[in-house]
Design a protein around this ligand. Structure first.
Ligand SMILES: Nc1ncnc2c1ncn2[C@@H]1O[C@H](COP(=O)(O)OP(=O)(O)OP(=O)(O)O)[C@@H](O)[C@H]1O
Length: 488
């Protein structure tokens, strides 16, 4: 590198760092100190490549998947406010970043090259409308709606035993032109990566293609839209606009928080339903278990059709893999994956659709980087960490009690006892909270396992800790650490 090239690289690096500081400042201002500290405090910029992808990194897989699932759109849009040439972002786990970004020159300002550029970044501007085309698009933008991903349609959704009811209900609603509403709201719930968001987007596309007005919001976008309209004293206009659309889709409703926002959410639900507008929501749990939501909102959500999307069985996993691979083959004609390899992956990756997608991307990266055929051995090596790291671990209530007791210097029998001193109450409540979120046990069952307590005591503990986690960053870090230790 010549002296002036080095100077240019240094300048580019400095300006990328300045922009990144401004992006972080904006995120902090928009999301508030608590949310920022919990999720973005350790987010770093690694590099920006020549295709305009900002490669960010975090120290843990957990942070990566949380940011991807809940804040990807927001980070991209804030980034683009500061640097309009940034087209997309990708988040990796530090330490694995080098593996995932084989030729990126990290933090140098030198352009990076990505031979496997067909591996989709988590959110790309390509899937967004480039410029508002219509009044409807403008309205969607004003309301802070998220774009619909062009890949997530009914055509690309594979139907099996575990999701046929959800699929049928979604399709019925999307194709209903009769003017009378069938199920309102439609409430889909499922564990992580089982296709809820895919179905929501599919409904959105279908309804929008029929000329009706659709807005797709994630819970945080709903909260953000409402809070910023309040700040700008335009909340009435916001509500009116929201009520004027035909279909409101809200993803991840379990994250709607805050008393006034919940009230507003409840009013919005009521007035849209009363005005004959369709609502479709998705969450990671049934409405009865949305413990942090107001009772009236919960019952309104439960008042339509509630459908669970079950886990993907092996046959469904195989079909999803086959469809994804044949989609990619249109772009990469040489990308061949044998039936043996597909069934090996379908047997090995059982957790969710997102991991299946990750596995296919790994195979493609392997094939395009090495140019070699994918054998069972290469597939096994390519997905090894996905299989090992992502397999959900069964957490036992007893282990939770033991770990929390030792962390807080009390005994397990203290936790099970009737003692009510602060030194025992707090760890007991944390242990109950962890039991609720890390195991499939019901509240009454957890109560029984905590010295024969009533389920309302458990519910109280869960709510108390959930609230405290939002207010106390140190506690939130502490609980996060306990969670990880239990799942490791
Ligand atoms: N039945 C299916 N057919 C095709 N693809 C599927 C199916 N189920 C899941 N997927 C794919 O799996 C990935 C994860 O699905 P999706 O994002 O819809 O999950 P989710 O249930 O919304 O999870 P989360 O709660 O984490 O947001 C997506 O790429 C999706 O297209």
């Amino acid at each position: 590198m010549t002296g002036s090239q080095a100077d240019n690289a240094e300048m580019a690096e400095r300006s990328a760092a300045d922009i990144w500081s401004r992006v972080k400042r904006r995120l902090r201002a928009e999301l508030g100190e608590d949310v920022y500290a919990s999720w973005f405090g350790r987010l770093e910029l690694e590099t920006i490549d020549e295709k305009g992808c900002a490669h960010l990194s975090v120290p843990t897989r957990f942070l990566k998947s949380w940011i991807e699932a809940h804040y990807a759109d927001r980070v991209l849009s804030v980034y683009r406010t500061e640097a309009s040439d940034v087209q997309r972002i990708s988040v990796s786990v530090r330490g694995t970043a080098a593996r995932e970004m084989p030729q990126a020159v990290r933090r140098t300002g030198e352009p990076a090259r990505f031979p496997n550029s067909n591996i989709k970044p988590i959110i790309s501007n390509d899937t967004k409308p480039q410029a508002p085309q219509s009044a409807e698009d403008r309205e969607t933008n004003e309301l802070g709606g998220a774009p619909l991903d062009a890949r997530l349609t009914f055509e690309s959704f594979i139907v099996g035993r575990s999701n046929n009811l959800a699929h049928a209900a979604a399709e019925r609603i999307a194709r209903n032109q009769s003017g009378s509403l069938l199920y309102n709201p439609l409430y889909l719930h499922a564990g992580v990566g089982l296709g809820k968001t895919h179905l929501l987007h599919a409904i959105g596309h279908e309804v929008r293609n029929s000329g009706r007005r659709v807005i797709y919001l994630t819970a945080d976008r709903f909260m953000y839209g409402f809070v910023s309209s309040l700040k700008a004293q335009t909340s009435l206009a916001f509500k009116e606009r929201l009520r004027a659309i035909d279909l409101l889709i809200i993803d991840d409703v379990q994250f709607i928080q805050g008393k006034s926002i919940q009230q507003e959410f409840g009013h919005t639900l009521n007035s849209l339903i009363d005005a004959g507008r369709q609502i479709v929501v998705a969450a990671d749990r049934p409405p009865t278990e949305l413990e942090s939501l107001d009772e009236r909102v919960r019952s309104r959500l439960a008042g339509g059709l509630v459908v669970e999307v079950g886990s993907l069985d092996e046959q469904l996993r195989e079909q999803i893999l086959t469809t994804r691979i044949s989609g990619l083959q249109q772009l990469h004609p040489g990308f061949e994956v044998s039936a043996n390899v597909i069934s090996y992956i379908a047997r090995s990756i059982t957790a969710n659709g997102r991991d299946l997608e990750g596995a296919v991307n790994r195979l493609l990266a392997h094939a395009t980087l090495t140019g070699s055929t994918i054998t069972l051995e290469t597939a096994e090596a390519a997905i090894r960490d996905l299989v090992r790291n992502r397999e959900p671990k069964r957490v036992k209530i007893e282990d939770i009690q033991k770990l929390v007791a030792s962390r807080y210097n009390v005994s397990r029998s203290d936790i099970l006892s009737e003692r009510r001193t602060a030194a025992v109450v707090k760890p007991r409540q944390i242990a109950m909270y962890l039991a609720k979120i890390l195991t499939l046990r019901s509240l009454p069952e957890i109560g029984r396992r905590f010295g024969g307590r009533d389920h309302t005591t458990v519910l109280h503990a869960v709510r108390k800790i959930e609230k405290a986690l939002h207010e106390d960053t140190a506690l939130s870090d502490e609980v996060e650490l306990l969670k990880r230790m239990l799942q490791e």
